[in-house]
Design a protein around this ligand. Structure first.
Ligand code: S3P
Length: 169
């Protein structure tokens, strides 16, 4: 079967949803951020610090191209993977893109309390979430095959909704 590619903003629940969905479907879970960390032996925030965002984006594209050919995978992507149209093309070739959508205020609350998201490591992270989401939202919507609003539901319900929508196709 085709891959299920989870896209969405930081804090949208891609990794948590991915784990449960992969377990239920008996698919392999692949997490692009984790693969980057494995490949480089460095944490994402360290890559941003030492080499900058551009270098991180190159690694992200490398990892995407390495994973897209296999099947039966749930691929949990970093929130910015969609910024590069080549990544989107590659992920779509063999996969269905599922956008986990949520309000900015909820995304902010969910991504609080950790400092491992370098883009939100700024003086006003709340404002940054709004700004980045505004810039990306229409792109997430446009490229998604399936959209699930996760704002007011729990992980189990999100997985159920995804499975329902997959079955309707
Ligand atoms: C990013 C999201 C992060 C990670 C990196 C950049 C982004 O992943 O890839 O910090 O540009 O939105 P998560 O969405 O899993 O937090």
């Amino acid at each position: 079967m085709k891959n299920i590619v989870l896209i969405g903003f930081m804090g949208s629940g891609k990794s948590t949803v991915g784990k449960l969905l992969a377990r239920q479907l008996n698919f392999q879970l692949v997490d692009t951020d984790e693969l980057i960390e494995k490949k480089t032996g460095k944490q994402i925030k360290k890559i941003f610090e030492d080499e900058g965002e551009e270098a991180f984006r190159l690694l992200e594209s490398e990892v995407v191209s390495e994973v897209v050919d296999a099947e039966n995978q749930v691929i949990a992507c970093g929130g910015g993977v969609i910024l590069n149209s080549k990544n989107v093309q590659a992920l779509k070739k063999n996969g269905l893109l599922v956008y986990l959508k949520a309000f900015a205020s909820i995304l902010f609350e969910r991504s609080r309390g950790t400092n491992d998201r370098p883009l939100l490591n700024v003086v006003n992270p709340k404002e940054k979430v709004h700004e980045l989401l505004k810039a990306r939202e229409s792109l997430y919507e446009k490229i998604a095959d399936i959209v699930v609003d996760t704002s007011n539901i729990n992980v189990n319900e999100v997985v159920e909704k995804i499975r329902e929508k997959l079955n309707e196709r």
